[in-house]
Design a protein around this ligand. Sequence first.
Ligand code: IMP
Ligand code: MG
Length: 185
Amino acid sequence: MNGIHPDIDRVLISSEEISRRVAELGAQITHDFQGEDLLLVCILKGAFLFMADLARAIDLPLQTGFIAVSSYGHSTQSSGVVRIMKDLDQEVEGRNVLIVEDIVDTGLTLSYIAGLLTGRHPKTLKLCTLSNKPQCRKKDVPIDYCGFVLPDEFVVGYGLDFRDFYRNLPYIGVLKPHLYKDSTP
Ligand code: IMP
Ligand code: MG
């Protein structure tokens, strides 16, 4: 991809920085779970690129699962309503489960999913997020692995979307505010 997308105000995290950080997270997870195996649970759709890269940076016996939730509709504000659109195929009981998310904003999505999976009695349950906007928290969630802390701005790229677009940008950037300021859910 050449140059910066015209809808992007500025790049916050370059693709090189993302690659470096994902390699570090993979190494740390590999170290922390030594001798164990791991079920990575991707929260669709936003985490699909991050999880694809993270999985390849982890050197452990590893399985992958996918769960799809809907929390925002098409708005940039959290509705607080989380719906399961597609559940995991795997059993969670007795497994080391690592939830992989794109961004923690209000925390509502992740706390709902963590609660759901805790109820299925995993051996361990940990959370890994590509990015975190701690200023926006409504519900506290314990994050075990975090790629980047971001300012309170609406970002897209590397899986993060606006109206399902921009996921394919190789960097994380701030979307020009005029593109979403007048949008309705
Ligand atoms: P939460 O429930 O408010 O923590 O929202 C988490 C979900 O909201 C993420 O999985 C994203 O899909 C979406 N989200 C929150 N902030 C942003 C952002 O800045 N850009 C794109 N998506 C976001
Ligand atoms: Mg989204």
